[in-house]
Write a protein that binds this ligand. Structure first.
Ligand code: PMP
Length: 380
């Protein structure tokens, strides 16, 4: 059966360049960058290369990047390491109520430890109001965090409001941006966004799973979450996962030009919206001005899992809310105050550079047969 993988916000197929690089690093360039002999020096060179490639893409200094095991770790390091480092200067942490679970859970942990955590909600399309977010930032705020692109709805959030608000009240706050779903799709520049900390992940841009990075602005102090050797400026000790890191670098190098990717995703989204428009009862949950790569909609009356299963039987892979929220009601759609029927029947389609119009047509056909058969079964 032909397969249409339309779940690229969950993860992406690894591109050939990254896969080849991972293999090369495992089989040939297998040294430990800390070793003093030739094998170590060659490995160190690859580590440096990957770091400068990523620094080039983020327009930052190479020594501002710390490789981690992914964005979950980067987000935890940012929130916990940032809050602990500043705890003497205040107690308040302000985050997006629709953040990824790795931010939500790290903030909940801070709350348990006595920090005051404020979560800022959204409008009905998942968009944060910059004035509302800014108003929550007080002179006692030590950390603020927002996602640049929401992983469930594609909403592009007003992250620059954090820097402006922090400056206005002269708060001792570190500003964190979760740029996982934005990187490789729109311009991501920590400097332009006024961020001290910014997280990215390789497996959302056709790199390998299990590697990400945290941008830490030069001069910003964080408390590490791990203690060990001298790697990653002691902020993230442990022998570097060089095959994954070098694969990440190769995936960054292989990224399409942003405009090319946007045009492609917009064409696919337009086609899908046109098809959805012909189907009765579908409601769109994503904002019009969101990232074109993500489209969230509800098929009221048919539970997400039921539709997901039906689509998978037709070779079509999408997601219900976010893959990380398996089995739970999406906290994002709840924050948007959608009714339960819409939350329970939400489907997230996310496009990748490898998708074609044929994939969208296959999805539309499978959705239509799902609507016909599953609704009928429910009515019986
Ligand atoms: N933040 C966002 C916005 C994400 O979408 C994800 C992945 N679902 C993460 C963080 C976590 O990334 P990783 O899988 O690399 O831990």
């Amino acid at each position: 059966m032909r397969e249409a993988y339309l779940d690229n916000s969950a993860t992406t197929p690894v591109c050939r360049q990254a896969a080849d690089k991972v293999m090369e690093m495992m089989l040939e360039n297998y040294g430990n960058p800390s070793s003093l002999h030739t094998k170590g020096i060659e490995a160190q060179r690859e580590l440096d290369r990957a770091r400068s490639v990523l620094a080039g893409a983020l327009k930052c200094r190479a020594d501002e990047l710390t490789f981690t095991s992914g964005a979950t770790e980067a987000n935890n390091l940012a929130l916990l390491g940032g809050a602990y480092a500043r705890r003497r200067r205040g107690n308040r942490v302000v985050i997006s109520a629709v953040a990824h679970s790795s931010v939500m859970a790290a903030a909940a942990q801070l709350e348990k430890e006595g920090f005051e955590v404020v979560r800022i909600g959204t409008d009905a399309y998942g968009r944060i109001d910059p004035a509302e977010f800014a108003a929550a930032i007080t002179p006692k705020t030590i950390l603020t965090s927002m996602e640049l692109v929401n992983n469930e709805t594609g909403a592009i959030q007003p992250v620059s409001c954090m820097a402006r608000a922090v400056k206005k009240v002269n708060a001792p706050a570190l500003i964190h941006v979760d740029a996982v779903q934005a990187f490789g799709k729109i311009v991501v520049s920590p400097q332009k966004l006024g961020a001290h900390l910014l997280s990215v992940s390789a497996h959302k841009i056709r790199g390998p799973k299990g590697v990400g990075a945290l941008y830490v602005q030069h001069g910003t102090h964080l408390l590490p979450r791990l203690y060990g050797g001298e790697q990653e400026r002691k902020l993230r000790p442990g022998t570097e996962a060089l095959p994954l890191i070098a694969g990440f670098g190769a995936a960054v190098q292989a990224l399409l030009a942003l405009s090319e990717g946007t045009a492609h995703a917009t064409a696919l989204r337009t086609l899908l919206l046109e098809k959805l428009g012909t189907m009765a009862g579908i409601t769109i949950n994503s904002p019009d001005d969101g990232l074109p790569y993500i489209l969230n909609f509800s098929v009221p009356g048919i539970r997400s899992e039921t539709m997901l299963h039906h689509l998978a039987q037709h070779g079509v892979y999408v997601s219900s809310g976010s893959a990380c929220a398996r089995g739970h009601k999406s906290h994002v759609l709840e924050a948007m105050k959608l009714d339960n029927d819409r939350i329970d029947s939400a489907i997230r389609v996310s496009f990748g550079h490898q998708n074609t119009e044929e994939d969208v047509l296959q999805l539309a056909n499978a959705l239509q047969t799902g609507l016909d058969t599953l609704t009928r079964r429910r009515e019986r």
